[in-house]
Write a protein that binds this ligand. Structure first.
Ligand code: TMP
Length: 208
C-alpha cells in the first residue's frame, strides 16, 4: 500500500538516449526556481553502497549475469537509495526526481529479460517498503534514435542487442497504457526545450 507523505516523488524513465539525466537536472532547477525544495537521484546509484552496486551492474568485464542476479542487484541498490535518501526527503516535504526506478527493472529484466513482471513488482515492493512514484514520466523514442544519441562507449546493458532494446521500449509503453493515471508519455525525439515543456505540464498534475 502507498503511504501518504508530505513530499512528492517523480520518476523520469524510458529507453536509452532519451535525455533523462538532462531533463532530471532541468526539472529540479525549475522546481527550485519556483521556490520548491527539490532533489535529484539516479537509479542505480546516489548512495555509496548503491554506486558500488552500479559499478558491478554496468561492468563490461564481468561475464553475463543471470537475470535474477540483475534484478536483485538493481533492487538492493534501490532499497539503499530509498532508505537513505528518498524516504527521508519525502518525509520532510521535498520533491524527489529520480532518473529511472522500478519501471526500468520491469522493462529491462522483465519485458526484455524474460522474468515475470509481476514477480519483479513484488520484489520492488520489498525493496521500496511502501514508497511509490506519484508520477512516472516516460521519455519515449525509437531505439535507433536513442542509440544515435549515445556517443560514449556502451555499458554492459547498453551492449545488449537491438531486439532486447525494442522489447524494453515496448515494455515501457505497455506499462504506461495499463496505468495511464500513473504515467505521462512524452515524445523524446523533439528538442530538449519542447520535452522540458511537456514534462512541466505533466508535473503540474501532481504538484498542486
Ligand atoms: P542509465 O543509463 O540510466 O544510467 O542506467 C544504467 C543502465 O542500466 C541502462 O542501460 C539501463 C539499465 N537498467 C536496467 O537494466 N534495469 C534497471 O532496473 C535500471 C534502473 C537500469
Amino acid at each position: 500500500m502507498t503511504e501518504q507523505r508530505p513530499g512528492k516523488f517523480i520518476v523520469l524513465d524510458g529507453p536509452e538516449g532519451g535525455g533523462k539525466s538532462t531533463q532530471v537536472e532541468r526539472l529540479v532547477q525549475r522546481l527550485r526556481d519556483e521556490g520548491r525544495q527539490a532533489t535529484a537521484v539516479r537509479d542505480p546509484g546516489s548512495t555509496p553502497v548503491s554506486e558500488r552496486i552500479r559499478e558491478v551492474l554496468l561492468d563490461k568485464r564481468l561475464p553475463e549475469m543471470d537475470v535474477r542476479t540483475e534484478v536483485l542487484l538493481y533492487m538492493a541498490s534501490r532499497a539503499e537509495m530509498v532508505a537513505r535518501i528518498i524516504r527521508p526527503a519525502l518525509d520532510v516535504g521535498l520533491v524527489v526526481v529520480s532518473d529511472r526506478f522500478v519501471t526500468s527493472t520491469v522493462a529491462y529484466q522483465g519485458f526484455a529479460g524474460g522474468l515475470d513482471p509481476a514477480l519483479i513488482r513484488d520484489v520492488g515492493r520489498i525493496a521500496c517498503a511502501g514508497i511509490e512514484p506519484d508520477l512516472t514520466i516516460l521519455l519515449d523514442l525509437p531505439v535507433e534514435a536513442g542509440f544515435a544519441r549515445l556517443r560514449r562507449e556502451h555499458d554492459r546493458i547498453e551492449s545488449k542487442d537491438r531486439s532486447y532494446h525494442e522489447k524494453v521500449r515496448q515494455g515501457f509503453l505497455a506499462m504506461a497504457r495499463a496505468e495511464p493515471g500513473k504515467f505521462a508519455v512524452v515524445d523524446a525525439t523533439r528538442s530538449p526545450d519542447e520535452v522540458a515543456r511537456d514534462i512541466e505540464e505533466a508535473v503540474k498534475r501532481v504538484l498542486r
